[in-house]
Design a protein around this ligand. Structure first.
Ligand code: GLU
Length: 612
């Protein structure tokens, strides 16, 4: 999830680009770079200084040519290729004529790179992006202009992109295009801008336009012209922007939490991109053989907090689909209990940052005992990713809010892809069933969008129970980790007592706590276990609890057991946490609001925990 920005027709482009990049830093800061149109060709600067990348770029730009009229800028959140300077955007072609920035993933980059290399192109990065610059170079050499060369290139590309391209020999022109990744155009007298989002150019442009999928725009100082991939003229939709800058940095949302919740469909789409090659599900990095993976006789997942809950979801999926026994461990407990792992064990560490010290040390412990170690992390080249034998990245983009939302769903998606890979290698699912499940996973972003759209209905339910002091979340099967995650979210941002339980376990003790005034939230999205859950709910209802059900739209039976319902769309039951957790995030968010709490700054908590 990188940030991109561009301007043509300015009296001084560089400060506009640098200020825009500072505002886009929330989208990533693995590296930063700019390319400017100058009288002597393109001037380029790139830095990769981690969280300080944009600051370092500002310093490096002290030697930039003064007062240039146009240029492009990028702040990177790496998906393909480590976050080093050689992988920083803008990328250039062999001749240095073309400079290009990209947000997204080019799915068929391997294929295109092999063809380009065979035709003599020399790559200087290991990103998926660079193929675009070289392919555009070829079309330019064939005599096309920049717009036509970009169009011809994009017609060959699969994946997601928001790109901006400049060419030394066509000054004051930027060609930009989009598929999936966001892109906005801004216009003002004599200047035209582009950016990943409005805040980057909010106080520069007078009017804003949204670029749609597969639209190509040619930006000049007098405005823009839009066409589709076939070259036919199209219109952009104008965006009414009436936010101030502070609100705009949250994309118009009142908190990073709600903004990141709304980014979940894209986080899932990005995590699913580029995962199947010639029918095989692939990891991002793999230093163990398929044969070794086939030999695995035990899987252990280690994680903390919300990641522990996603690991629990993975346990159900791996056991069901790959038929191998799975344990899930709290990372901080794993290394201090003399765990039984050896060279046929697969130990998977799950951590958003990839820097969680408890998880890193657990993986080191597993490795020292000869286990194969996999990292699931949202940050490319994190400590965990570097030390592991295999890596699966969640591509949720930078998460700013302390409580995890989009990275949780992206972890579940990545872990379920891993479960399918194990099933594929072990032959425990037929190719057609794997295909079917992949299809269901690809439907999830739309179901998440639908769930997010029912936000008002969740707020109405919250209003009925906002003074409650005790919440119990119940579920069976994957509804159990969903319940745990719902309870954790509530604790984190509302400071209310909440506990998650397997629904069948309540009668073995905690039922003693149920009395009038207690609210029980139950996951009723597994049809096979519905009747069992109904029986558990009858037990709590008869002791005076108020019941809120998370249930499938049109489930007429729910009315008999629930006082209120959070409706969610149905999917395959092992995928249901991807939808049900969204409803629970909304519930926690609205309760925090009702209590006047700042959801982005929960007390006592930090985003990345690097202490034991
Ligand atoms: N795939 C590109 C890279 O790794 C862009 C990353 C992104 O937009 O997230 O450089």
């Amino acid at each position: 999830m990188c940030g991109i920005i561009g301007v043509v027709g300015s009296t001084d482009a560089l400060p506009i680009l640098l200020e825009g990049l500072e505002r886009l830093e929330y989208r990533g800061y693995d590296s930063a770079g700019v390319a400017l149109h100058t009288a002597d060709g393109t001037w380029r600067a790139r830095t990769a200084s981690g969280t300080e990348s944009v600051t370092a770029l500002v310093a490096q730009c002290a030697s930039a040519p003064p007062k240039t009229a146009s240029g492009i800028g990028h702040t990177r959140w790496a998906t393909h290729g480590a976050p080093g300077e050689h992988n920083a955007h803008p990328h250039v072609d062999c001749s240095g004529d073309v400079a290009l920035i990209h947000n997204g993933i080019i799915e068929n980059h391997h294929e295109l790179a092999a063809q380009l290399t065979a035709r003599g192109h020399v790559f200087t990065s290991v990103t998926d992006t660079e193929v675009l610059a070289h392919r555009i170079e070829e079309f330019l050499r064939d005599g096309l202009d920049l717009e036509a060369a970009v169009r011809a290139t994009l017609n060959e590309v699969r994946g997601a992109f928001a790109i901006a391209v400049i060419r030394a020999s066509e000054p004051d022109v930027i060609v930009a295009a989009r598929r999936v990744s966001p892109l906005i155009i801004g216009t003002a007298e004599g200047q035209t801008f582009l950016a990943s989002d409005v805040p980057a150019i909010l106080d520069r442009a007078d009017r804003f336009f949204v670029v749609d999928d597969d639209q190509i725009c040619v930006l000049t100082p007098s405005g823009y012209r839009a066409t589709d991939l076939s070259g036919a003229p199209t219109e952009l939709t104008e965006l009414v922007v009436d936010w101030d800058l502070e609100a705009a940095q949250k994309g118009g949302y009142d908190s990073f939490m709600i903004k990141e919740m709304h980014e979940q469909p894209d986080a899932i789409r990005a995590t699913l991109l580029d995962r199947v090659h010639q029918g095989n599900i692939v990891f991002d990095e793999l230093r163990i053989t398929d044969e070794q993976l086939r030999q695995v006789d035990k899987v252990t997942l280690v994680a903390c907090g919300s990641s522990y809950h996603t690991a629990m979801v993975a346990k159900y999926a791996i056991e069901q689909w790959a038929r191998v026994s799975v344990e899930v461990d709290i990372a901080s407990e794993f290394r201090y209990r003399n765990p039984v792992v050896d060279s046929t064990s697969l130990v998977i560490g799950v951590s958003q940052s990839g820097e969680t010290i408890d998880t890193i040390t657990a993986l080191r412990e597993a490795k020292s005992r000869g286990a194969m170690v996999v990292a699931v992390s949202n940050i490319v080249d994190s400590s965990m990713a570097r030390e592991a034998d295999a890596v699966l990245y969640t591509r949720a983009g930078l998460e700013i809010c302390v409580v995890a939302t989009k990275t949780v769903l992206a972890q579940i998606v990545a872990l379920e892809m891993l479960a399918l890979r194990l099933a594929q290698l072990r032959g425990t699912l037929s190719p057609s069933r794997i295909e079917e499940l992949l299809g269901r996973l690809h439907e999830i972003p739309v179901l998440v969008e639908k769930t997010l759209a029912s936000d008002d209905a969740v707020a109405v339910v919250v209003d009925q129970v906002k003074d409650t002091h005790d919440f119990f979340f119940l579920g069976r099967n994957v509804g159990y980790p969903t319940a745990l995650e719902g309870a954790l979210k509530l604790k984190e941002i509302t400071y209310v007592h909440a506990e998650g339980y397997p629904a069948g376990e309540l009668k073995h003790g905690p039922l003693a706590l149920i009395e009038p005034g207690v609210v029980v939230i139950a996951m009723i999205t597994n049809d096979e276990l519905k009747e069992k859950l109904f029986a558990n709910l009858a037990e709590v209802k008869s002791r005076g609890a108020t019941v809120i059900a998370v249930a499938h739209e049109n489930d007429a039976d729910v009315a008999a057991v629930a006082d209120f319902v959070l409706w969610v769309p149905a999917t395959e039951s092992l995928l249901s946490p991807l939808v049900d957790m969204v409803a629970l995030q909304q519930f926690a968010y609205h309760l925090a609001h009702a209590r006047g709490l700042n959801v982005d700054r929960p007390r006592n908590l930090a985003k990345t925990v690097t202490v034991e």
